[in-house]
Design a protein around this ligand. Structure first.
Ligand SMILES: [Zn+2]
Ligand SMILES: [Zn+2]
Length: 273
């Protein structure tokens, strides 16, 4: 089977390719001390590697040129998006933001959660491909740096905290790994201590939009005042925006003047959700 788009044809992407030596190595050091891992990742950022999606030559980049075009093609096209939540629109107004203005001010996404980009997320979260944190961070950082006007210099980045259940199951917090990758690539401070998860809550998968809104209400808190701060909330996927909205509300209540969501993938709208 072949996958064809954007004027080029490449082999179908394997859903869950074998863990690479790099992934096994990163997994081994994940609990061995942040300093060691931090330094190692900085070195790895400079080591040429194969394309994370097709395995072809990537000339030192996380993805080869063809895969990068494939993954981000809907972002580069003429798709009209909601200026607030970055949803690709099929109607003149955003069905979510026009019904109720969100507490956040903007969303920047690297790509839409659609094939083949969704594979990157699935491999990262379910197959523990730690090296994908660098791939996703690289693409998201490019999207952030391309934003005009640029985010304020004093912007602080805060990853969405994972539940203890998810941490136990997965062994890592995808949002935190993504945020650490962004901190290597963007001139903004990483401040994970500014957002607490108050309780575990329940998983949102399978919940309706209204159920998600209710389940994340007051699930997070900001433990200190952040007067006039520009806050960038980092997450791997934005689905309904209920988590980002709940967190943005907390930061605005704590004094933040601007809250932007930085997400690797934006899920297209689903009426059922
Ligand atoms: Zn490739
Ligand atoms: Zn919207």
């Amino acid at each position: 089977m072949q996958h064809c788009s954007g004027g080029h044809t490449i082999m179908a992407y394997p859903s869950f390719p074998r863990e690479s030596t790099l992934d096994r190595a990163l997994a081994r050091v994940s609990g061995a001390g942040r300093l060691v891992r931090h330094g190692w990742e900085r070195i790895l950022d400079r080591v040429p590697a194969d394309c994370a999606l097709c395995g072809g030559a990537a000339r030192g980049q996380p993805l080869c040129d063809a895969c990068r075009i494939d993954v981000t093609r809907t972002m580069a096209g003429s798709v009209i998006r909601c200026p607030l939540c970055a949803l690709a629109l099929t109607q003149p107004t955003c069905p979510d933001c026009s019904a109720r203005a969100p507490a956040f001010d903007q969303v920047i996404a690297a790509f839409d959660y659609a094939a083949p980009a969704d594979l990157l997320i699935q491999q990262f979260k379910q197959a523990h491909r730690f090296s994908h944190a660098r791939v996703l961070a690289d693409m998201l950082a490019r999207a952030v740096l391309a934003r005009s006007p640029a985010l304020p210099q004093h912007t602080i980045m805060v990853p969405v905290p994972a539940s203890r259940v998810a941490l136990r199951r997965r062994g890592f917090n995808p949002a935190a790994e993504l945020a650490r990758g962004l901190a290597h690539r963007l001139p903004y401070a990483l401040r994970p201590e500014l957002l607490w998860r108050v309780r575990d809550g329940v998983g949102q998968t399978g919940q309706s939009r209204a159920e998600r809104m209710r389940s994340v209400a007051h699930l997070y808190s900001c433990p200190e005042r952040v007067e006039n701060a520009s806050v960038a909330i980092v997450d791997d996927v934005l689905t309904t925006g209920s988590t980002l909205n709940s967190i943005a509300r907390e930061f605005k209540a704590a004094g933040a003047s601007y809250v932007v969501g930085l997400v690797a993938a934006r899920t297209p709208y689903s009426v059922s959700k």
